[in-house]
Design a protein around this ligand. Structure first.
Ligand SMILES: *[C@@H]1O[C@H](CO)[C@@H](O)[C@H](O)[C@H]1NC(C)=O
Ligand SMILES: *[C@@H]1O[C@H](CO)[C@@H](O)[C@H](O)[C@H]1NC(C)=O
Length: 459
């Protein structure tokens, strides 16, 4: 029998050791390209930062203030959050390794340490007002991030949004040591170049069927930022409740909220909008219509058809039913007043307004005293008029209308080429819609959880 020589045993042991201790990277989403080395670097709670060659003082907990958005303030906030995540929200990565292997993986605290003491940020182009309320594709979110093995760290990006994405990746390079407040990476030198695959990356947050306090919305925006997403779509009203305060029409929330205080004041809304933009996330508000509008019957019964009609399965997708009447003269003044109040409070912070348009129940129009039939031949032209007028309100406010896919794909309503369509019923409609020149967001509901075989809608 032949024994492996010493060198053979040594390299066997070495390869086992390497298997146990290859440092794991936790950068998310996985960057377009990354190269890493095997040197260890440490980072302490205080680093100096420069932005385009000038010092950028920062402190923990910094949140940009003021009504105007400024690139350096936004980046200052991003630096503060990245350092907060490294130093205060970090984790000991035992769960990323096999059982009992963490200690074999961590760097020694006794050896001399090389620290990252400075981060150099370069933004290649000045931001424009569009950077803070872009249409899809208008902001270049790409970035590069380099950390050499001597601890020299630098970020380069086209926009401040790209810098924010880079800072997320930077914060994700470091783990906490199991012995305490020591933070390290074992993968230097690190070189990342990254850009998003999609222009619109976000979630829909339904604050109407369930009320969520402002802090929950802000916490969700934080989670989006950690994941380098760039949109939060707030489904602000539905048949179940009207939590959005409209100062010109206080009766809407006074009668339609679940309870006193379960509402968003104009100040709350502005806080949410600014908080999102300071994290590179565009807030998009949806007032669903003409379906999912039942709750308005409590304050404006003449606007709504079929409030709480039964059996609900015949008249809506989920109870309580209620749709905007399609041929009722008081609907236009109602929507004019609503949009004149709301849209000017949205347009400083977004380029979009979501008009809804899903699950319009044609049978319901048999109960609409202004329609009285479920025939498409009658309903589709009325729906076309409704959409034309409503989208005109949105455009007048300088915003681009969004609709759910049923409006063009199922109800044969013609919409403007500018309209952004959100598809949710599976991916089948997307090719047909894009072939007509529309931009489409895919939110295929088949990828969401089913409860007892019933697919949850857009949750
Ligand atoms: C319209 O109503 C009739 C009965 O009144 C029903 O048979 C038919 O299925 C309905 N059509 C739609 C599209 O709901
Ligand atoms: C839309 O058009 C398609 C194809 O012409 C037709 O099958 C469908 O019934 C129409 N839908 C409505 C709501 O009119």
């Amino acid at each position: 029998m032949v024994l492996p020589n010493c060198r053979g045993i040594f390299s066997m042991l070495l390869s086992l050791w390497l298997l146990a201790s290859t440092p794991v990277l936790a950068i998310w989403p996985a960057p377009s390209s990354i190269s890493t080395g095997e040197s260890t670097l440490w980072i302490g709670p205080l680093i100096s930062v420069s932005y385009n060659g000038k010092p950028l003082p920062w402190h923990y907990g910094y949140e940009p203030q003021g009504l105007k958005f400024s690139s350096s303030e936004i980046i200052r906030g991003g630096v503060a959050r990245a350092m907060e995540n490294i130093v205060h929200n970090n984790f000991v990565p035992w769960m990323l390794y096999n059982r009992m292997e963490l200690e074999a993986t961590e760097p020694s605290l006794l050896k001399p340490k090389t620290f990252i003491t400075h981060l150099d940020i370069a933004q290649k182009k000045p931001d424009t007002p569009k950077t803070f309320k872009p249409l899809a594709g208008e902001v270049d979110e790409s970035y590069s991030l380099n950390v050499d093995k001597n601890g020299k760290a630098s970020i380069s990006a086209v926009s401040s949004t790209g810098v924010l994405r880079a800072l997320e990746s930077f914060s994700q390079l470091f783990y906490q040591h199991s012995r305490g407040n020591f933070f390290y990476t074992m993968s230097a030198p690190i070189s990342i170049t990254d850009k998003p695959e999609y222009d619109h990356r976000g979630i829909l947050f339904d604050v109407s069927r369930s009320f969520f306090p402002v802090e929950s919305v802000l916490r969700t925006i934080d989670a989006l930022a950690y994941n380098k997403m760039n949109r939060i779509h707030i489904h602000a009203t539905d048949s179940q409740s009207w939590p959005l305060e409209i100062p010109a029409m206080p009766e809407l929330h006074q009668k339609g909220a679940y309870a006193r205080g379960k509402t968003y004041s104009p100040g709350d809304l502005a806080l949410i909008q600014r908080y999102a933009i300071n994290r590179g996330i565009e807030p998009i508000i949806e007032i669903d219509s003409p379906g999912h509008f039942g709750i308005v019957a409590l304050s404006h019964p003449n606007i709504v058809a079929g409030w709480k009609s039964t059996p609900w399965t015949a008249y809506c997708a989920e109870p309580p039913c209620g749709q905007i009447r399609l041929n009722e003269p008081s609907v236009d003044p109602f929507l004019d007043k609503l949009m004149d109040d709301l849209l000017p409070r949205l347009s400083p912070y977004t380029s979009y307004f979501h008009t809804g348009g899903d699950e319009v129940n044609f049978n319901m129009y048999k109960l609409d005293p202004t329609v009285g039939t479920n025939e498409s031949a009658v309903i589709v032209p009325l729906l076309q008029k409704f959409i034309d007028k409503h989208h005109a309100r949105v455009r007048k406010a300088g915003l681009v209308p969004m609709v759910w896919e049923e409006i063009p794909a199922n109800y044969n309503v013609t919409i403007g080429k500018d309209v952004l369509i959100q598809s949710w019923l599976g991916d089948e409609a997307i090719a047909a819609l894009t072939a007509k020149g529309h931009q489409v967001i895919t939110s295929n509901y088949n990828y969401w959880v089913s409860v007892n075989g019933i697919w949850g809608r857009e949750t």
